[in-house]
Design a protein around this ligand. Structure first.
Ligand SMILES: C[S@@+](CC[C@H](N)C(=O)[O-])C[C@H]1O[C@@H](n2cnc3c(N)ncnc32)[C@H](O)[C@@H]1O
Length: 269
């Protein structure tokens, strides 16, 4: 890569959340495995372009073990998204809390879809330096809890809403209001895919504020939403290409309380 690297702190300020660089770094790390689960080479390219203390980040997040959690989650959400987009090639895609994720390049490399990526303004400022806007792709700098930004997203076609690693950081009231807004706005219907932890995980995790007990809790909140899948993060442990971690995930998967610690959800509306 030629040209100067993008200095995270200069562009996005000190407030940039390290978590979005952590998930990017874990995907980049995983992409270098001989048989990756996700193989996100765009993440590897993005890390190359960013000036940040990745050595310190690496010590904190231990990618050798944690890469699989992030890769399995992203792969599940990508698989559901691909299946939806194959059925609805005219769909609009709305990704919430996109951070530095490269999903639009993974799923739509030719830029044919009308795709909106939303994150808070200072993150979008950074993102614009890493992933330039192109034809039908738009970045929106707003909090997903703000009024207004949703009105600019076309509502007359089926929509795929993806929220990876973001809803746990909102309060229950914020999630409920957001889901009600989304289902109210997109009258042509669609799917919503996201991940969430179990309540016991949120009680011990530093930053998590919302964790649903089960999918019914969400269906009761928003009667238009129907759960189509609730998949434990360990479900596809056979995809893990490193034997000892494959064995560890298989063990976790055998214990309901542990496998349900994190789940990916797919709702239709
Ligand atoms: C753990 S990172 C995940 C980023 C990305 N989805 C990924 O998987 O790499 C959480 C992201 O949610 C964003 N976020 C948190 N609260 C938000 C809000 N209220 N509105 C928009 N984005 C938010 C953060 O800025 C950050 O980019």
């Amino acid at each position: 890569m030629n040209g100067a690297k993008v200095d995270v702190r200069k562009v996005a300020g000190e407030g940039v959340t390290w978590t979005l660089l952590a998930t990017l770094y874990l995907r980049a790390w995983e992409s270098r495995l001989p048989e990756p689960i996700l193989g996100d080479r765009y993440a590897a390219g993005a890390v190359e372009r960013i000036d940040y203390d990745f050595a310190a980040l690496r010590r904190r997040i231990r990618p050798a073990s944690n890469q699989f959690l992030v890769a399995l989650r992203a792969r599940q959400l990508d698989d559901w998204s691909r299946a939806f987009l194959a059925r609805h090639p005219n769909a609009v895609v709305l990704q919430l809390g996109c951070g530095m994720d490269s999903r639009m390049l993974r799923l739509d490399p030719l830029g044919k879809l009308r795709w909106f990526d939303v994150d808070v303004p200072h993150v979008i400022e950074l993102r614009r330096r890493i992933y330039p806007e192109r034809g039908r792709y738009t970045m929106v700098g707003a909090s997903v809890t703000d009024d207004g930004w949703l009105e600019a997203i076309p509502a007359d076609r089926p929509v795929l809403v993806v929220a990876e690693g973001v809803l746990p950081y909102l309060t229950a009231d914020e999630v409920r209001t957001l889901l009600a807004r989304l289902t109210g706005h997109f009258t042509a219907g669609g799917e919503l895919v996201f991940d969430a932890s179990a309540p016991w995980v949120a009680r011990v995790a530093e930053d998590f504020r919302w964790a649903p007990r089960d999918a019914r809790e969400i269906e009761r909140w928003i009667p238009g939403l129907t759960c189509a899948d609730a998949t434990p993060f360990t479900t596809h442990h056979r995809r893990i290409p490193v034997r000892r971690y494959r064995a560890l995930y298989r063990l976790i998967h055998a214990v309901p309380a542990l496998r349900n610690a994190y789940r990916e959800f797919r709702f239709t509306f």
